[in-house]
Design a protein around this ligand. Structure first.
Ligand SMILES: Nc1ncnc2c1ncn2[C@@H]1O[C@H](COP(=O)(O)OP(=O)(O)OP(=O)(O)O)[C@@H](O)[C@H]1O
Ligand SMILES: [Mg+2]
Length: 510
């Protein structure tokens, strides 16, 4: 152990420990600082830190200080070669105070750079006991009387402490880098799951994409128009992703999903006590979207009173939380969407004209699927691939009769209906291809969603169950010649229940 604590050395250690805890960003300057201290405290002329390249089985100079430091960095040292190589291979510290007579010394580097090593002290850097590199200090300076000296056991013990610190710094930097990589990957996953893939083959959608590519670069408000399920939200995502705001939040608000009071606090936030149930402070969606994009879906359903407030945010980018008089300023891009005839709402006095003009800076109309048949099969295959993964089933695409069916249908529920149809087909399908028998359109299963209805999240499951029920009951009815009493018996249900199901599921005797 160290015989006595030298206060200068002790303070240097404290200083390096402080840097270890604070300066992760620049590992190289930290290692240089450690080596500078080691050189100074050992009263040496030069020093270097060599790291091990495990694959190449050699050491390379990470830090080299002293008058020839810059030149020496060009060289590498094989494992077992020279004093550094010997220390790395044996994982043992070493003092050589008579280098000229030590067989382990390799003079070629010194000769090339014209630097003579007289005394050298080398210690391993160990991570979990394994040598990952070495630290060495070279040529102990003469004492105050001009007498030459060698490195001492105490010098060695100090150098070992520095080696531990350097190892710690390197391990910290490695861990930090690994964590940052992991965070990036996870962020990538989140981004992946937050945004969906947009499929486009038809000329009219490709043209719309070109338009949104241009508008994305600006901060203009965009109003997305089109029937239900045409892809307004997925287009809104694309505008955000193609804009300079892409790394900032994309915040979605469905203006039809909440009653007026709740929607207001959802949009603008509230302070504690703003209303009875406001037991904590809450940030609103506008605040959360700061720097990014807010997507106001179903804007046609925005309550009249809130329209004035939204207008102000659009005009001034300012608002107050509920219950607060502090004005908050935000930088948000606004994208709104509706499947309603908004001009008609304006004429009827249900939608403020000034807000309409503000939102309508850049209207983009997304055509219904029936006007872009080129997209149908492309989308169908895309959805099938997704559902095959989810259900762990495999289909070799669609049979010709299924393709004919998909292409001849009018898709009143647009892409959402196509997506649901393919999901059901994937669940029902038993053959190696999806056939026409697996394909049920909403109109066939009694699900006539009008284009003005908001999205129904339960639809997928309910519809799939209804398809099963309807098919099963139809089969049972056919078996019993459409005799409901007999069929109810066979199905072990009440006759009245069966007749209700027949009505509800629109099961008709062909
Ligand atoms: N071009 C497309 N490529 C891939 N998927 C699409 C495309 N267009 C729409 N979809 C999918 O179809 C579904 C409906 O799209 P989206 O929610 O964007 O429509 P919408 O116009 O907002 O409908 P609504 O008016 O009913 O809210 C979503 O699941 C979406 O991912
Ligand atoms: Mg939508």
């Amino acid at each position: 152990m160290l015989s006595k604590i030298d206060t200068k050395k002790f303070h240097t250690l404290i200083e390096i420990n402080y840097l270890l805890n604070s300066d992760y960003k620049d590992i190289n300057s930290l290692l240089s600082k450690i080596m500078e201290s080691a050189t100074q405290l050992a009263e040496a002329e030069a020093s270097s830190l060599l790291m091990m390249d495990k694959e190449k089985k050699e050491l390379y100079f990470e830090v080299a200080l002293g008058e020839k430091g810059g030149e020496v960095k060009k060289f590498t040292v094989k494992m077992g070669e020279g004093i550094a190589g010997w220390v790395a291979q044996n994982n043992k510290s070493l003092i050589v105070n008579d280098v000229a007579n030590d067989k382990r010394h390799l003079s070629n580097i010194g000769e090339k750079i014209n630097f003579q090593t007289k005394t050298i002290m080398t210690v391993p850097m160990r991570e979990k006991g394994e040598c990952i590199g070495v630290l060495q200090v070279i040529n102990k300076k003469n004492d105050s009387q001009g007498m030459s000296r060698g490195f001492t056991q105490e010098d060695l013990e100090w150098l070992e402490i520095f080696a531990n610190q350097a190892t710690l710094a390197i391990c910290n930097a490695k861990n930090m880098e690994a964590s940052q990589r992991e965070i990036k990957e996870l962020q990538g996953e989140i981004t992946k799951s937050q945004y969906r893939t947009l499929i486009a083959k038809s000329p009219c959608i490709l043209e719309k994409l070109e338009i949104i590519d241009m508008v994305a670069k600006t901060d203009s408000s965009v109003l997305l128009l089109g029937e239900s399920g045409v892809g307004k939200e997925i287009f809104a995502e694309q505008i955000h992703l193609r804009s300079a705001r892409k790394d900032a939040p994309f915040v979605r608000v469905n203006c039809a999903a909440l009653p007026e009071g709740l929607l207001e606090s959802e949009l603008f936030g509230h302070v504690k006590g703003a209303f009875t149930s406001a037991i904590t402070h809450r940030q609103g969606r506008f605040e959360l979207a700061d720097g990014g994009t807010i997507f106001l879906d179903e804007i046609g359903d925005l309550p009249f009173n809130l329209q004035a407030k939204i207008l102000r945010v659009i005009q001034e980018r300012r608002f107050e939380k509920l219950g607060s008089d502090i004005t908050i300023t935000v930088n948000v891009r606004i994208i709104a969407a509706t499947n309603k005839d908004i001009e008609e709402l304006v004429q009827k006095g249900e939608f403020r004209q000034d807000l309409y003009y503000r939102l309508n800076v850049f209207p983009v109309y997304i055509p219904p699927l029936r006007q872009r048949p080129e997209d149908i099969l492309e989308l169908a295959q895309f959805f099938l691939n997704g559902f095959m993964k989810e259900t762990k089933k495999h289909f070799e695409g669609f049979s010709q009769d299924a393709i004919d069916g998909l292409l001849s249908y009018s898709w009143p529920g647009n892409i959402r209906e196509l997506q649901n149809c393919i999901e059901r087909a994937c669940v029902i399908g038993k053959n190696n291809q999806i056939t026409a028998e697996d394909i049920f359109f909403n109109s066939q299963i009694g699900y006539n969603k009008t284009s003005n209805e908001p999205a129904d999240k339960d639809f997928d499951l309910k519809a799939a169950i209804n398809v099963f029920k309807a098919n099963y009951i139809r089969q049972a009815l056919e078996d019993k010649n459409w005799n409901q009493t007999e069929t109810a018996k066979a199905l072990a249900i009440q006759r009245t229940y069966l007749s209700r199901l027949v009505k509800e599921l629109k099961i008709n005797n062909p």
